[in-house]
Design a protein around this ligand. Sequence first.
Ligand SMILES: NC(=O)c1ccc[n+]([C@@H]2O[C@H](COP(=O)([O-])OP(=O)(O)OC[C@H]3O[C@@H](n4cnc5c(N)ncnc54)[C@H](O)[C@@H]3O)[C@@H](O)[C@H]2O)c1
Ligand SMILES: [Zn+2]
Length: 680
Amino acid sequence: MTNAHRHAELEALIAQWDTAYHHDDAPLVNDAEYDAARRELQALEEQEPSLKNENSVSTRVGAAPDSAFGKYRHLVPMLSLDNVFNEEEFSAFVTRAGRFLGLSETEANSLSFMAEPKIDGLSISLTYENRRFLRGTTRGDGLEGEDVTANLRTISAIPDTLPDDAPDLLEIRGEVFLSKDAFLALNEQQEARGARLFANPRNAAAGSLRQLDPNITRTRPLSLFAYALGHRSAAVSNTHEDYLKTLERWGFPVNPLSKRLDHPSEIPTYVQHLAEERALLGYDIDGIVFKLNDVALQERLGFIGRAPRWAIAWKFPAEQAITILRSIEIQVGRTGALTPVAHLEPINVGGVLVSKATLHNEDEIARKDVRIGDKVRLQRAGDVIPQILGPVDPSPDTERGPAFIFPDHCPVCGSHAERPTGEAVRRCTGGLTCEAQAVERLIHMVSRNAFDIDGLGERSIRDFHRRGFITRPGDIFRLEERKDEILALDGWGPQSFDNMQRAIEERRTIALSRLIFGLGIRRIGERNAQMLARHFKTFEQWRDTMIAARPDTEERATLGAIMGIGDAIAEELVAFFGEPHNVETLDDLRSALHEITPEAAPTEGHLSGKTIVFTGTLTTMTRPEAKAIAERLGAQVTDSVSKKTSLVVLGEKAGSKAKKAADLGLETLDEQGWRDLAGI
Ligand SMILES: NC(=O)c1ccc[n+]([C@@H]2O[C@H](COP(=O)([O-])OP(=O)(O)OC[C@H]3O[C@@H](n4cnc5c(N)ncnc54)[C@H](O)[C@@H]3O)[C@@H](O)[C@H]2O)c1
Ligand SMILES: [Zn+2]
């Protein structure tokens, strides 16, 4: 692979991961993997500077604001921070700053720094006008953030008014976070409700603050540490240390572990001290931020790319611990995937008690040669489920158990478990006869992005399934018949039963896309479900076409192509509808529903008469998919840019066509803009 190829690949990956992390608050990979990709990208760009482009992810911060919130432009941009991992890298940072300022080595080495714990939350900006709290925003893409004022007003630690000595117009920067305890309690609640679990306290804090309904934010005990000033209409002080003291005096919580260090030689001691404290703190920190104390020097240094030159984050390694592997449980998922889960002797990793960890898959267990009874090293790195790194070197004379043999049968239904060549995952072939798959599908069906039935969470589904109250989706709508039996169960009273029943009744009217997604067909995620719903419009149309799409029929031949959803997906749909039992189950569910509503989104033809050109790499959809969507909305898609082009959609690394569009003064959109226009 050439450097250019690898560069493009990394850019696309990082863009996708950034959106998942910053926009959806649901990371796709762990931080170590993400950081490694960024470092590789940076190295490539250093080696071959021509690879950099103005939209490069190496110069970008966060992710664009979500259009569901009002947007607000920061008066002073909110940046990211560059990282160092050891003393050597830190002193290179000091040297760079010193050189920029024209200082001698001795002078550079007597610079004074403020050290602050790097809180693992999300940064926010609070604007005060005439000493009144006016507006609060997230960082967004660094230039524009999302307006979350109403949500921030639920945090009592944020003062409404400031004393007289505060400037007329002021931006205050800080980190909103959830304590470890609040995070664990929130996830417990989420689990009971059958809602999505947050991967770590940071994502939970971001998900809690970025709620459209402030009443939900109010129930989440968010905290805040203020740590900087953005714009100020009058000078506040000459040193960062003084900023922190002033913030404290004005009533903001400021981290008590912040400390001034007058010489870089004091830094390793502070790092070591905080690394030892870390596990004892009530909140997650992922490192230390060092900021040059002298504000005039900060201003001279300014920033480069996505980070200031006057501050640096010293990142801590992921938290690790050693414990005993008690057993390996094989769990069976909704699509039959067999996943190994390690049960551990409970151990405290960085302040969070861990008793389970992921082992990923069959090959991973073999590669690491992890055996039951082993002492294993595990790591918690921004993921709620820690990873097992491997056994701690057993001395030659320790007796170990036998190598773990991955089962070739489903531990729940006993069906053969198959592993297609080239795939990492082994799957139970039991399909609908497999109880494990059945219950996971039911849980999926009531989940937030599907039927979203409040009051009927994962625990109740498992319980009702075990008792035979619910065996297939339609049964959920017949729970009223089980009222007496349910009321006799522990934890149920008339009130909770009525709440559940009300939530269920509401869902007798459901959007087609939610219903399709809720069926849990492999590869039919939310977006594919929406595409299907938009294409087929009615439940009947969709159902009948799917049933007709047998191999070698016309319906089958066009299925992949019309939607641009690809053959692999079409194959899964055909397989699902090829199973008569599935059709019966679906029809049973249909009979319990009142109305299946079509997709509300853009009407066909809302882009009629427009000519669109796509250029550059799209990161959230393929080119054929984008084309299919555009065409469905009535537009014509062409390859070359001309005066007749109405709109040019610029993906990553858009080249000559972007330039031509600019020369011709054509309307252009980035990928998110295009998604907004298309209503996806
Ligand atoms: N796992 C993933 O998919 C994924 C995706 C994107 C980002 N990430 C993680 O996020 C990091 C990048 O995110 P980032 O751009 O927010 O950078 P960052 O978190 O490394 O550093 C900048 C941030 O630090 C925070 N901060 C905390 N305490 C602070 C203090 N005392 N002073 C100043 N700032 C403080 C602020 O929110 C600031 O925006 C990556 O290194 C990675 O670990 C992970
Ligand atoms: Zn099975």
